[in-house]
Design a protein around this ligand. Structure first.
Ligand SMILES: Nc1nc(=O)c2c([nH]1)NC[C@@H]1CN(c3ccc(C(=O)N[C@@H](CCC(=O)O)C(=O)O)cc3)C=[N+]21
Length: 298
């Protein structure tokens, strides 16, 4: 038996198209299209690619994209001022500050400065609190992409056992809470977890989100399980030529694909879904802030 590949790129294209449709509808009520502002401090090449992709996908969905790029030595005060300006700008619906920030800037302080109504990353205390309390709000993008793909693949996840590997604020913790909200039975594993392979073997759904290339091996995964690989690791690929690299996930794809039920590839799995959910959140933020109804089931 061979696993079914979950085509994150194709599902992301569907979500983008729905966001585009809703954005066009919103433009009629607002007199302008929804707008996402992305702030990038420094010149990390990976961040540069992600930010460019976000801008292109935003525009392709018929929305307005603002990109604010500043050098790595920008002061924290200046970043806070940029965020304050975007908060105050009624033409901006969503604000994303690309992580990681340079070491001299306190990321928590910057995230805390984002107005919760524009928090399309779902990272502010207000958004996190709403998620914990089960109240409606803007949900983090990668986690909601994971849940959406799992439901597409397996149907209802109620009663399924989920093992999330990693407890980050950006991915691990919110992913666990979102699956819990769907009535799954959730365990969060981390660096202190004892006998991780044995724990993972119990899971119907595995979400590796630690940033360790191919850490989850084939014999950790129960036959028929669903693997949602959040990891994106660039590793050397000398077989492709001198100095070449390739992207791999946190799961050993070739070993797992033989017997799992479903697996997301890297690239083309969770990554594109993250941006799709960001566009969706931008539409939701614009609609909520202006009290405009969205299409049923959006
Ligand atoms: N405030 C904040 N919010 C984020 O959501 C955020 C962030 N900071 N910092 C960095 C991480 C990473 N991230 C990705 C988004 C899309 C792809 C993506 O589309 N990846 C493609 C491949 C891209 C490539 O070739 O490098 C894929 O997996 O198919 C990857 C990674 C969002 N992040």
């Amino acid at each position: 038996m061979s696993a079914e590949l979950i085509d994150g790129k194709a599902v992301a294209a569907e979500i983008d198209a729905r966001a585009a449709e809703a954005a066009a509808g919103l433009a009629k009520s607002l007199g302008r299209v929804p707008c996402l502002a992305v702030v990038l401090i420094g010149d990390d090449p990976a961040s540069d690619v992600y930010v460019r992709n976000k801008g292109l996908r935003t525009q392709a969905a018929g929305m307005r994209s603002i990109e604010i790029r500043k050098p790595a030595d920008t002061s924290e005060a200046d970043v806070l001022e940029i965020v304050a300006g975007l908060n105050a700008d009624d033409g901006v619906d969503g604000i994303l500050v690309q992580m990681p920030l340079p070491d001299h800037i306190d990321a928590n302080r910057v995230i805390g400065a984002i107005h919760p109504d524009k928090d399309v990353d779902g990272l502010t205390e207000a958004s996190a609190g709403r998620l914990v309390l089960g109240k409606p709000g803007l949900r983090p993008c990668t986690p909601s992409g994971c849940v959406l793909l799992a439901e597409r693949a397996m149907g209802d996840v109620s009663g399924k056992s989920v093992v999330v590997i990693g407890r980050s604020i950006l991915v691990g913790k919110p992913t666990a809470l979102l699956f819990l909200e769907k009535n799954a039975t959730v365990t969060i594993a981390h660096s202190r977890t004892k006998d991780l392979p044995a724990l993972v073997r119990t899971a119907d759904i595995v979400v590796p989100a630690v940033g360790r290339p191919e850490m989850v091996r084939g014999d950790w995964v129960k036959p028929g399980a669903c693997v949602l690989d959040v990891g994106i690791n660039r590793i050397p690929a000398p077989e492709r030529g001198e100095g070449k690299t390739r992207l791999v996930g946190d799961a050993a794809f070739d070993e797992i694909v033989k017997h799992a039920g479903w697996i997301t590839p890297v690239p083309g799995g969770i990554g594109p879904m993250t941006i799709a959910m960001l566009l969706r959140n931008t539409v939701i933020a614009a609609a909520l802030r202006h009290s405009v109804e969205l299409p049923d089931g959006f």
